[in-house]
Design a binder for this molecule. Sequence first.
Ligand code: IMP
Ligand code: MG
Length: 185
Amino acid sequence: MSSAHTYLPVAPNHKLSVLIPRADIDVRILELGKQIRTDYSDRPLYLVGILKGACVFLGDLIRAIPGDVRFDFMGISSYGKGKMSSGEVKVTKDLDMSLEGVDVLIVEDIVDTGVTLTYLAHVLQQRRPRSIQIAALLDQPSRRMRPVQVKYVGFTIPDQFVVGFGLDYAEAYRNLPEICIVEES
Ligand code: IMP
Ligand code: MG
């Protein structure tokens, strides 16, 4: 847990510390990209990024997967403005592309309770893709309330609230280039 950087908190009572340094994230995403291409052979791959958190991970992941890769975004909201889940999931932006007959990889920032992905996998399955798998940068299995099969996991992390690399706290911190823990005093 060390970093060359210190980050400016958006509130004076926030304390940020680096959990996963940038270099580790870069290495891991390259590994995932290679693994994904190996698993799908030369088939075209359709990545569905979940807004907004997954956009940074997706941006790096698409460049780590060689060959025919396409992507779109879907907006899902399950969290309120802070750290607490609102408990309800809804689609706020749908896809522009059809998924019928194609290999779909859902790209998520973090799998926490699994509520969001359980809902989303169900919604996308009805569009009759050839296959659906999930890639998540982070996994917090200790917090799971619904069983979710996450085929590609960047890092498994303990039950802590994290920000950076796309993940937010009340919309802040998505721009941090590393995964950080945010603590409030
Ligand atoms: P789930 O439905 O509980 O699995 O919620 C997953 C979503 O909640 C993720 O896509 C994130 O947007 C958000 N989330 C869960 N844990 C964290 C966290 O530690 N930091 C930031 N966002 C989180
Ligand atoms: Mg999210």
